[in-house]
Write a protein that binds this ligand. Structure first.
Ligand code: GTQ
Length: 360
């Protein structure tokens, strides 16, 4: 039962004709009584708008996405993307409170024209071969599970030189940037940005435990544009043989910026999590809004506690969201790889990030 102390903040101040008249009178002056909103603004624990949700790729989303390929070209759409919209944010282009995500389809021969914008973006490749994204003219070939960064204000276009449809997941920090107001966007006058360094250049230059002397980064993101899944997986397979799994995460690694040793992106934290077949993580909650994408394996996530808990089965290419402060645990039926994009790095920079392990 709730105690008097817990209830104290919840009791709305009484209304009276005098008070209502007063509130009406001050509204046009740009004034409002804090005491009417106090308990909504300062809650004992996070009260977030987004809800847990799953997009099932094979069963529910893929065919619908392919239909869009017949409806509109990449050229006309600029970006042929189905937004993964949290049901609590209908019409607001958010997968949870602070991040945007979508599924982008590109067909053979198409080009998604060059542009740049202030929000940071990442791509996670989910289907098909032969597409590329070009960042400031450096092409990166996309293969399954690859994680590609398009830093703020870099020119980027996507193209497809293969034979089958290619799909990737986009995650952008758009809602965070919108909150500050600092949205900028610019089209490049041509469809494709002029060719720059050869494919793979950024990985050789910045991603091989060596950095060019005198390097001055022009933004706060990793200078490596692509983190190939084949390489990350090989590392994790080797590590898994020599590591005890963490009770809350199994084996979880963070993608880093070699310039700083910190998160690869300035606003979006990115991780790869490996759960051995049969592994069950323990209850965990944190303030970061988390987007999980299953790259391999299958299992279920239990989100929430006790009777309000919800069990969601997931398999390859499924995408699910665990919003801020929802407790969750994951069970793997097969050896499972999950890619995570979260707003942890943003919260950490603001001194806000918190976690709770287990029930303590
Ligand atoms: O590929 O540049 O999902 O600008 C949303 C906005 C993808 C992109 C999105 C974008 C892009």
């Amino acid at each position: 039962m709730a105690t008097a102390t817990q209830n104290r903040g919840k009791v709305a101040p009484a209304s009276s004709p005098e008070r209502s008249a007063y509130y009406d009178k001050i509204r046009d002056l740009g004034l409002a009584p804090l005491w009417m909103e106090y308990s909504n603004l300062l809650t004992p624990e996070p009260q977030v708008k987004s809800v847990p949700f799953i997009w099932r790729y094979e069963e529910e989303v893929r065919d619908i996405l392919m239909e869009a390929g017949k409806l509109i070209s990449a050229e006309e759409a600029q970006r042929r993307v189905l937004v993964l919209e949290n049901p609590a944010f209908a019409g607001e282009s958010r997968i949870h409170d602070t991040l945007f995500s979508g599924l982008q389809l590109i067909l053979p021969g198409e080009v998604a024209p060059a542009h740049r914008h202030s929000p940071n973006a990442l791509r996670l490749i989910l289907e098909g071969d032969g597409a590329y994204t070009s960042v400031n003219g450096e092409k990166t070939i996309m293969e399954y599970g690859d994680y590609i960064i398009t830093p703020t204000w870099t020119w980027h276009d996507h193209g497809h030189e293969g034979t089958e449809p290619v799909v990737w997941q986009d995650i952008l920090d758009m809602p965070i940037v919108q909150t500050t107001g600092a949205i900028f966007y610019e089209r490049y006058p041509e469809d494709q940005f002029p060719a720059g360094p050869p494919p793979g250049d950024s990985l050789h230059r910045y991603g091989s435990n060596m950095l060019p002397v005198g390097l001055e980064p022009d933004n706060l993101n990793s200078p490596i544009f692509s983190y190939p899944f084949a390489k990350s997986k090989e590392n994790m397979e080797a590590l898994a043989k020599n590591s005890d799994p963490d009770p809350y995460f199994g084996l979880k690694v963070e993608f880093i910026n070699p310039m700083t040793g910190g998160p690869a992106m300035s606003t979006i934290s990115t991780f790869l999590q490996r759960l051995e077949k049969g592994f069950k993580t323990e209850r965990y909650q944190s303030t970061e809004g988390s987007i999980f994408t299953c790259l391999e394996g299958k299992g279920r996530v239990v989100i929430g506690d006790g009777d309000s808990g919800e069990t969601i089965e997931f398999g390859p290419r499924d995408i699910f969201v665990v919003p801020c402060w929802f407790p969750y645990r994951i069970e793997a039926d097969e050896t499972t790889y999950l890619f995570l994009g979260t707003d942890k790095v943003t919260q950490t920079k603001l001194g806000l990030w918190r976690e709770r392990r287990g029930n303590s």
